[in-house]
Every structure is written in structure tokens, then in C-alpha cells.
Design a protein around this ligand. Structure first.
Ligand code: NAD
Ligand code: 89Y
Length: 343
């Protein structure tokens, strides 16, 4: 198969990981980059040796023949850029949060469906190897049918120095980080019928909520708690680890801090270390996320090659984004919110 020609739009903080990952993946290469900020364009272009550089995405689509585009900008630009890709019949990856609203996200899915182009949301947390290890235990049947889950992300890591915009938005932890944890809950326990949410802002220097506790009814009958905090000072900082507890009819799964996985099932108890590898370009503590970037981008290349739908397609991600919208609505009303009414 000829190498796929990709372009990256948005050369900011996180795009560096995506560029490293593209270099690690056979079958695809980034041939052009775009950023409206000339300084970011130069930094990324020079670091990764990309000569074709554009300040304007429309000019890039007009000037390049592309097999896909990787959109790594922040949410406000996602809809116009995805719709531009659809008009040019270019398959698109779009960073999370997919869109500022579910209505925008639905329009983006429709634009790509109508144009017949694949669309994947860069929802990478479910691709972290410890989370994949939990999924594999569920698939083995060792703990039986899950009836309870707790998916937890609690930290006091300073995310604002690398991503200053996170301190200024009216919405913070659910939209930025909780979105991943809600997606993991869907990945492990299936789709959700109802969500009840409480939020708090502990850090007085930011505009949005930095604590969220969500109780969910899954369509399978399981109940889960998804709890997220950036105001939790622990003895050992766990960022960016997601901890998982799942109880099934025949046993339990515990993914604890430092990537320790304990499975008690039909075949007894097994404890294993499911630490992610430290890729040559990666750095702790981000290596867990960085490895998942390679995994999701490989999946995209496989999907394009085989004509299959990405696991986190735009259509799939509407269900994760609906949880975000429902969580904010429920936090405001203090009432449970039904998901099907939003979709
Ligand atoms: P950033 O602000 O550092 O970078 C965004 C870049 O996009 C900037 O350089 C900006 O100039 C450029 N840009 C914005 N609109 C543009 C447009 N219309 N055309 C061309 N360039 C444009 O942001 P970031 O921290 O890198 O975050 C980018 C996205 O990645 C966010 O949506 C964020 O939530 C997401 N993110 C994902 C993960 C993950 O694990 N999946 C981790 C961190 C950030
Ligand atoms: O933006 C966020 C994400 O997607 O993963 C972690 C993060 O960088 C900060 O919360």
C-alpha cells in the first residue's frame, strides 16, 4: 500500500505528541502542516522537517493532495475545519472535545457522512495499554457480568502551565478531562441511560469546575461512578492515571495507582504490572498518554486501509459528548438527565 499523505492542522502543545507518533507509524506520513500562529508553524516545521507550511487551512486544502487531515486545534475551530475537510472529501481526525456543543458535533458527523469520508475523534484514553488490559479481562469472562464500576481520575497536577486556556473557560474538568473518563466508562461498561452529576470549584484561580462526581446507569444494568478532580493533593501524584474498579458476578478488577492490576476471578487472583512502555520520544508522567496517541493513530491507518469504522468515530463520540452535555445540565439542575433524549 502506498504511504498515506496526511496534514496536521494546529501545531500547539499536544500536536507535538501526534507528530512524534506519526513518525513511528508505517503507512502514513505528515506532508504538510498548518497553524495560524507563525511561531508554532516554524517550531513544529523545523522540529519534524516539514517544508510545506500553511497559515491558512483553506489554502492548504487547495494546494495539497491529501489522504487525511489530523485536526489538533482547540474545540472552537473543530466544526469549520471538519466541514472544510468534508467539502474537500478528505478523511479527518478531530481532537477532543469534538465540538463545543452536541449540535455542532451532530452537524460535523452529518457533513462527513454526506461526503462519504471517515471521521475519527482523537479520543485516545481508551487506547492506553492499562485500560486495554482491563477490557481484555472483561472480554475473558473471568469476572462474569459487571454490575458496578468506578472510574476515577484524581490529581493536583498543574495542567494550566502547558494549557493556559484550561484556566479561563466556564467549563473545565468535565469538558477537558472528564470526557476521557466518561468515554472509558462507556468502553468498559457500555452505553448510559441516565447520569446524575455534582461539581465544585476548589481552585479559586480558575473559571470552571475542577471537581466532578457522576453516577451513571448503564443500559447493561450496571451502575458506575465516574469521579474526576484536579484539586486532590495526594502523597504520590498519580497524573495522568485513570484508576478502575469493576465488580462482576464472579470476581473483581482493580487497576490501582502505579499501573497495578489485580484480577480476582474464576481462576483465582492474579496481580500484574501493566505499566505503559516509555517510548524513546516520550517523557514521564505523560508517557501513558503518549503511547495511546501512537495506538489510536495506528488504528486510524488500519481503518483507512481496511475500510472499517474507527472505534471512536464521530458517530460513536456523539454518545461521549452527550454525557458531557448531560453532566453540565444535571450539575446545574441537580436532577438526573436521560441520555436518549439528547441523541
Ligand atoms: P494549543 O492552543 O497549544 O494549540 C492549538 C494550536 O492550534 C495553536 O497553535 C493555534 O494557533 C492553532 N489553531 C487554532 N485554530 C486554528 C485554525 N483555525 N487554523 C490553524 N491553526 C489553528 O492547544 P493544545 O493544548 O495543543 O490542545 C489542542 C487540542 O488537543 C484541544 O482540543 C485539547 O483538548 C486537546 N488535547 C488532547 C489531549 C489528549 O490526550 N487527547 C491532551 C491535551 C490536549
Ligand atoms: O487536555 C487534557 C487531556 O486531554 O488529557 C490531559 C489534559 O492534557 C489535561 O487535563
Amino acid at each position: 500500500m502506498a504511504e498515506l499523505r496526511g496534514a496536521l492542522i494546529g501545531c500547539g502543545f499536544f500536536a507535538i505528541n501526534q507528530m512524534h507518533a506519526w513518525r513511528d507509524i508505517a503507512g502514513a506520513a505528515i506532508v504538510a502542516i498548518c497553524d495560524r500562529d507563525p511561531e508554532r508553524l516554524k517550531i513544529v516545521g523545523d522540529q519534524f522537517g516539514i517544508a510545506k507550511r500553511y497559515a491558512d487551512a483553506a489554502e492548504m486544502f487547495a494546494g495539497e493532495t491529501l489522504d487525511f487531515v489530523d485536526i489538533a486545534t482547540t474545540a472552537p475551530s473543530h466544526r469549520p475545519l471538519v466541514e472544510m475537510a468534508a467539502r474537500h472529501r478528505v478523511p479527518a481526525i478531530c481532537q477532543k472535545p469534538f465540538a463545543p456543543s452536541l449540535a455542532d458535533a451532530k452537524a460535523m458527523v452529518k457533513a462527513c457522512t454526506d461526503a462519504g469520508v471517515p471521521l475519527m475523534v482523537h479520543e485516545n484514553f481508551r487506547w492506553q495499554s492499562p485500560i486495554q488490559a482491563v477490557r481484555a479481562v472483561l472480554d475473558s469472562g473471568d469476572i462474569g457480568t459487571p454490575f458496578f464500576g468506578r472510574i476515577s481520575f484524581r490529581s493536583a497536577y498543574d495542567v494550566f502551565s502547558g494549557q493556559p486556556y484550561l484556566a479561563t473557560g466556564k467549563r473545565f474538568i468535565i469538558e477537558d478531562l472528564g470526557i476521557h473518563i466518561l468515554d472509558i466508562a462507556r468502553f468498559l461498561l457500555g452505553d448510559v441511560s441516565t447520569i446524575t452529576t455534582r461539581t465544585a470549584r476548589i481552585n479559586p484561580e480558575i473559571a470552571g469546575e475542577d471537581v466532578a462526581t457522576m453516577l451513571m446507569d448503564h443500559k447493561s444494568g450496571a451502575t458506575s461512578v465516574v469521579d474526576c478532580s484536579y484539586a486532590t493533593k495526594l502523597a504520590t501524584e498519580p497524573f495522568p492515571q485513570t484508576l478502575v474498579e469493576i465488580d462482576g458476578g464472579d470476581g473483581t478488577i482493580r487497576l490501582a495507582q502505579d499501573y497495578q492490576l489485580t484480577v480476582t476471578g474464576r481462576s483465582g487472583t492474579a496481580i500484574s504490572d501493566v505499566s505503559p512502555p516509555l517510548l524513546p520520544w516520550a517523557s514521564r508522567p505523560w508517557h501513558n498518554i503518549q503511547e495511546s496517541v501512537v495506538a489510536i493513530q495506528k488504528h486510524w491507518v488500519d481503518c483507512l486501509a481496511n475500510g472499517t469504522e474507527p472505534a471512536t468515530s464521530g458517530a460513536d463520540n456523539l454518545r461521549t459528548l452527550a454525557l458531557v452535555e448531560a453532566a453540565y445540565a444535571g450539575a446545574a439542575s441537580r436532577e438526573p438527565v436521560q441520555l436518549d433524549a439528547l441523541l
